[in-house]
Design a protein around this ligand. Structure first.
Ligand code: GTP
Length: 380
C-alpha cells in the first residue's frame, strides 16, 4: 500500500496548523490513522501532537543567533530549509520508520505542516525538491492543500493577487492541489465590518456614492468558481477613489494578471470552517480524489464506513448546499440548525451508552449518526 500525504501550505495566519490538527482528528475519527509532521523551523507553538518535528533537527532561533551566519527571520528560514534539504536522507529514514509502524492493511497517512513564507512555494524549489524525493524514494501519493483566509475576498485586488499566488504555487509544486478558502465562518463578520467602515466614510464625505457600499458585489460561488474576472475589474477601480497616475497603472496591472489567470483556467476553491463537520467531509472527499486515496485503498483499511459513504454518493446532498446562503445570507439560521444536530448527536450517543467498550463508543456513535443523517438527507 503506498503512503499518502497532504502538504498544507498558505500565507501566515491562513489556518494551516489549526487545519492539520482538525484534519488529523477528523481522519482518526473515521478510522484512518494519520500523523502530523511539522516542517516549520520557526513554529514552536504546535497545537497538535507532532510525530516528526523539523525543530528537533534545526530551529530558526539557533540560525538567527549564530553570529557567523547573520540572517534575519526570512533569510534564516530559507537557510534552515537548505540545511534540512542537504540532510534529506535522515528525514526519509524517519518517515520510513513511521511507515513501518502502520497497522496491517492500512496506508501511512501523513499531514505535513509547512511554513507560511509563500516564496517557498512560489519561486523557491526547496519544497518541490524535498517532496519530490519522498515521492521518488517512498512512492508517496501527495496532494497540496493550499489555504487562504476568506478576508481576501473582501477587497477585489486582494482576491486577484490571491489567485495569482494560488496559480504560482500550483505551477511551482507541480502536484495535485486542492485550494481552500479558510475561516469561511468569519466571512460574514468581515463583510459587516467592511460595510460599517464604508458607511462611516460616506458620512464623512457627505455623499451617496454607490462605490462606497462595501460587501461582496457577487455571490460566494463567483469567487470559489473563479468566474469571469472582467466583471470584478470595475470594483478594483473604485477601491481607491483618488485618481492618480499610479492608480491607473495599478488597474492596468490587475487587469493583466486577471487575464493571465483566466488563460490558465486552473483554479477553483472549496470553502472550509474548521469547526464545521459538513465542510470538512466535503473537503476530505475532494482531497481523496486528488491524492488518489479513494482509488487505492482496500475496505479493510479501517475507514470502510467513510469509503461506503463516499462511494455510494451518500454525501451528494452536500453539493446542494448553497454556500452563499450557508455562510452569508442565512448564516445564523444554518448555525442554529447545526447546533440542533449537535444536540441530536449527543442524545443519540446517550441512547447507545453501555453497549460497547468506552473507547470506541464516541466514534461509533459519530459514524452511525452521520450515516443515518446522510441517508435521511438523500431521501429528503
Ligand atoms: N474562526 C476560525 N478561525 C480559524 C479557523 N482556522 C484557523 N483559525 C484561527 O486562525 C488563527 C491562525 O491559525 P493558525 O493555524 O495558527 O495559522 P497558520 O497558517 O498555521 O499560521 P502561521 O503558523 O503563522 O503560518 C488562529 O487563531 C486559529 O484559531 C477557522 O476555520 N475558523
Amino acid at each position: 500500500m503506498p503512503p499518502y500525504g497532504q502538504i498544507v501550505i498558505g500565507p501566515p495566519g491562513a489556518g494551516k496548523s489549526t487545519y492539520c490538527n482538525g484534519m488529523s482528528q477528523f481522519l482518526n475519527s473515521i478510522g484512518r490513522n494519520s500523523l502530523i509532521v511539522n516542517l516549520d523551523p520557526a513554529n514552536d507553538l504546535l497545537p497538535y501532537p507532532c510525530t516528526v518535528d523539523i525543530r528537533d533537527f534545526i530551529t530558526l532561533e539557533e540560525i538567527m543567533d549564530d553570529e557567523s551566519i547573520r540572517l534575519g527571520p526570512n533569510g534564516g528560514l530559507v537557510y534552515c530549509l537548505e540545511v534540512f534539504e542537504q540532510s534529506i536522507q535522515y528525514f526519509i529514514e524517519k518517515i520510513k520508520d513511521l511507515m513501518s509502524l502502520s497497522l496491517d492493511g492500512q496506508s501511512t497517512y501523513i499531514i505535513f505542516d509547512c511554513p507560511g513564507q509563500t516564496e517557498l512555494f512560489t519561486n523557491n524549489p526547496i519544497f518541490r525538491n524535498i517532496f519530490g524525493k519522498l515521492e521518488k524514494e517512498l512512492d508517496f501519493r501527495f496532494c497540496v492543500v493550499s489555504l487562504v483566509d476568506s478576508i481576501n475576498l473582501i477587497t477585489p485586488s486582494h482576491y486577484i493577487s490571491t489567485l495569482l499566488l494560488t496559480l504560482r504555487s500550483m505551477l511551482q509544486m507541480d502536484l495535485p492541489q486542492v485550494n481552500v478558502i479558510s475561516k469561511i465562518d468569519l466571512l460574514k463578520s468581515y463583510i459587516d465590518r467592511e460595510k460599517a467602515s464604508k458607511m462611516e466614510q460616506r458620512k464623512r464625505r457627505e455623499t451617496d456614492d454607490d462605490d462606497l457600499e462595501g460587501g461582496l458585489p457577487f455571490r460566494l460561488q463567483y469567487y470559489t468558481e473563479v468566474q469571469d474576472l472582467n466583471q470584478l475589474l470595475p470594483y478594483v477601480r473604485t477601491e481607491n477613489n483618488q485618481r492618480s497616475y499610479f492608480n491607473e497603472k495599478y488597474e492596468r496591472l490587475t487587469t493583466l494578471i486577471a487575464d493571465l489567470i483566466e488563460d490558465f483556467g486552473l483554479i477553483q476553491y472549496t470553502v472550509l470552517a474548521i469547526e464545521d463537520k459538513v465542510s470538512m467531509i466535503n473537503l476530505l472527499s475532494i482531497i481523496d480524489k486528488a491524492n488518489g486515496y479513494c482509488f487505492g485503498t482496500n475496505e479493510l483499511g479501517g475507514d470502510s464506513i467513510w469509503s461506503d459513504a463516499v462511494r455510494q454518493s451518500s454525501l451528494a446532498f452536500m453539493e446542494d448546499i448553497d454556500i452563499h446562503e450557508r455562510w452569508i445570507d442565512e448564516k445564523e439560521r444554518w448555525d442554529e440548525l447545526e447546533e440542533e444536530k449537535r444536540h441530536e448527536l449527543e442524545e443519540y450517543f446517550q441512547s447507545i451508552q453501555g453497549k460497547q467498550d468506552p473507547e470506541d463508543e464516541w466514534e461509533a456513535a459519530l459514524r452511525d449518526w452521520e450515516m443515518k443523517q446522510n441517508v435521511e438527507n438523500r431521501r429528503a
